[in-house]
Design a protein around this ligand. Structure first.
Ligand code: FAD
Length: 556
């Protein structure tokens, strides 16, 4: 087998193109990462016991604190006194609902469970004639009290979930046709409809958005990133920020979600820096005569990490648990020798840290970026902005129609098309119009060595070796449900295949988002197959509507 040693690309680079999406903005809250990276992964902890527990431990594990530990996180994310009182008062009573995950899904659900109730404005006319006719059949009845199956029937759009399409159509009636018709909904705060709940999350409210590089521009239009009754453009205007080409920065969006929780008065429901490590459930409690709620009790355990990094465990019981943990916490790995070496990372933030620390620079060895998706493209853009030399390797051919670049309109996403163009024109064999960047299409990384050598196999089966300063493996991520019995695999549509947001999500009832396999256990967001913020909100509507119905059935 032939081994070719190649010099790294020249450090002299052409100037970074002026395209949206390049870093440079300072984050309004300071760096959104670093201080908010996930605490120790739940994946390293023992998963919960198998199902079929005959009896759960008493209300709260006596060996544990019995309630969530004292507050410590920053003010916007910390647990308020009200929260502590609430938990103190109810520690012997199971909670009605625990939501695990505080991203857009968890926030939207918390909003609906806090008594914010959507009604159709009496003067509103929906541009979809069939939907308009159905809406006019029940004037004055909250959407949450209507038949979501009936209302959503016949709607079509960029998502499989009927309720997601319905809620999106009510919030953004003609957005897919380029229109800007105002939402047909009006929101009433009806405290009597509120259902007590707790939202637990590792990050501050905003979930994955606190882990995305703050200066990156959203793929979606800024308006599609908004939550009910607070338009992103209005919020931006008040913050004296602006959209870029109708898109927002990830930093602004993370800030918006945090602010949303405060503005809507939801903070007391949120506990940040809380990592759930186990969810267990047993057989339903013996029902009192006439009781019609067959839910088992869930026991939710984990720990809260304080600012000084000390951890305090908690254990709580709940009648219903909502999984809203997203899919970004467990990066996919190549599974090759050397992947655990300290210069190998699976997160774009490592590049930012290395750039700031000077570990990578215009004169260093190149950064090796593996992957042909948008995260890898973001990393290429980031590195080029700082004139750091890049080797960009991926397994597919550049013209593979499955590549995400081929699915994005050029006009809207010039920066990603620039990367795609570079991938095509700057392959290792062709002369370079892009100094400091080389692409290695159809190359397989075989091995990483301690002396920072990366060994590849090219399409002809030859081995090539490059010296690199840093490796970023950005090839996607998987949901991490290691806190569930069996890591949640038996909840998937196909329990024999790995759980995947795109290919094999958790199987839920489409109109309640309750998991098919477990009463009282719900899943929403990418876990249930809704991959965009715009559509995760339909899941929140379905869950809230289902929980309200359960509350109504509860014996007095
Ligand atoms: C780089 C990138 C760019 C994206 N761009 C867009 C875009 O332009 N438009 C768009 O609509 N969508 C985009 N998305 C997808 C978007 O992030 C998700 O659709 C959305 O955030 C899902 O919301 P969620 O609340 O369900 O989950 P998340 O936002 O992922 O939030 C879940 C939270 O739960 C926490 N969590 C997980 N496990 C536990 C546990 N055991 N204990 C406690 N907390 C836990 C996680 O740390 C996370 O903070 C992008 C995603 C990425 C990664």
């Amino acid at each position: 087998m032939k081994v070719i040693f190649l010099a790294p690309p020249s450090a002299r680079l052409f100037p970074a193109p002026e395209i949206p999406g390049l870093p440079g903005l300072s984050h309004p809250l300071g760096s959104p990462r670093g201080n908010v990276r996930p605490a120790p992964s739940a994946g390293s902890l023992t998963p919960g016991s198998p199902r079929g527990l005959t009896a759960l431990p008493s209300v709260l594990d006596p060996g544990r604190s019995g309630r969530l530990p004292a507050p410590h996180p920053p003010p916007a994310t910390g647990m308020s006194n009200q929260r502590k009182d609430h938990l103190g008062a109810s520690s012997s009573e199971p909670l009605r609902v625990i939501i695990i995950g505080n991203g857009p899904s968890g926030i939207c659900l918390s909003y609906l469970l806090s008594g914010y109730t959507p009604y159709v404005r009496p003067d509103a006319i929906h541009p979809h004639p069939l939907l308009q006719r159905k809406l006019s059949e029940a004037p004055g009845v909250s959407i949450m009290d209507q038949d979501l199956d009936y209302l959503s029937e016949g709607l079509e759009g960029r998502c499989q979930s009927p309720v997601a399409l319905l809620f999106d159509a009510l919030l953004r009636p003609d957005t897919d046709f380029g229109g800007s018709v105002e939402s047909v909904l009006t929101w009433r705060h009806q405290k009597e409809r509120a259902i007590p709940h707790l939202v637990l999350g590792r990050n501050p409210p905003g979930g994955a958005w606190h882990s995305i590089e703050g200066s990156m521009v959203t793929l979606s239009q800024g308006e599609w990133m908004g939550l009910p009754d607070l338009q992103v453009k209005d919020w931006m205007c008040k913050k004296r920020r602006g959209l870029r080409n109708s898109r927002a920065t990830a930093g602004d969006i993370a800030h918006y979600y945090r602010d949303y929780v405060i503005r809507k008065g939801l903070s007391h429901n949120f506990v940040s820096s809380a990592t759930v490590t186990a969810v267990e459930w047993g057989t339903p409690e013996p029902s009192s005569p006439g009781a019609r709620d067959p839910s088992p009790l869930f026991q939710v355990s984990g720990f809260v990490t304080a600012e000084d990094q000390s951890q305090q465990s908690f254990s709580l019981r709940a009648h219903n648990v909502v999984l809203a943990t997203g899919t970004s916490d467990s990066p996919a790995r190549l599974g090759i020798p050397g992947e655990a070496l300290p210069f190998v990372h699976h997160d774009l933030s490592a590049l930012e840290a290395a750039t700031q620390a000077g570990t990578v620079s215009p004169s260093s060895d190149p950064v090796l970026i593996i992957g042909a998706g948008l995260s890898a493209a973001d990393a290429v853009l980031y590195a080029r902005h700082y004139s750091v030399p890049v080797i960009h390797a991926f397994r597919r051919p550049v013209d593979d129609p499955g590549l995400v670049f081929n699915q994005l309109p050029k006009m809207l996403y010039p920066e990603y098309h620039k990367v795609h163009q570079m991938m095509r024109e700057q392959s290792i064999l062709s002369p370079s119009p892009y100094e400091g960047y080389r692409s290695l299409p159809e190359h397989q990384l075989l091995l990483l060595k301690e002396d920072r050598q990366a060994v590849f196999r090219d399409p002809q089966g030859l081995q090539k070796v490059f010296g690199v300063a840093l490796v970023l493996v950005l090839i996607g991520s998987h949901p991490d449900l290691s806190f569930l019995p069996g890591a949640g695999t038996d909840l998937a549509v196909d329990p024999d295949q790995p759980l995947s947001a795109k290919r094999n999500p958790i199987e839920v009832d489409p109109f309640t988002y309750q998991t098919i396999h477990q009463e009282g256990l719900y899943a929403m967001g990418p876990l249930a197959g809704d991959n965009f913020v715009r559509f995760v909100q339909g899941g929140a509507l379905a869950v809230a509507s289902s929980l309200l119905r359960k509350e109504a059935r509860k014996p007095p």
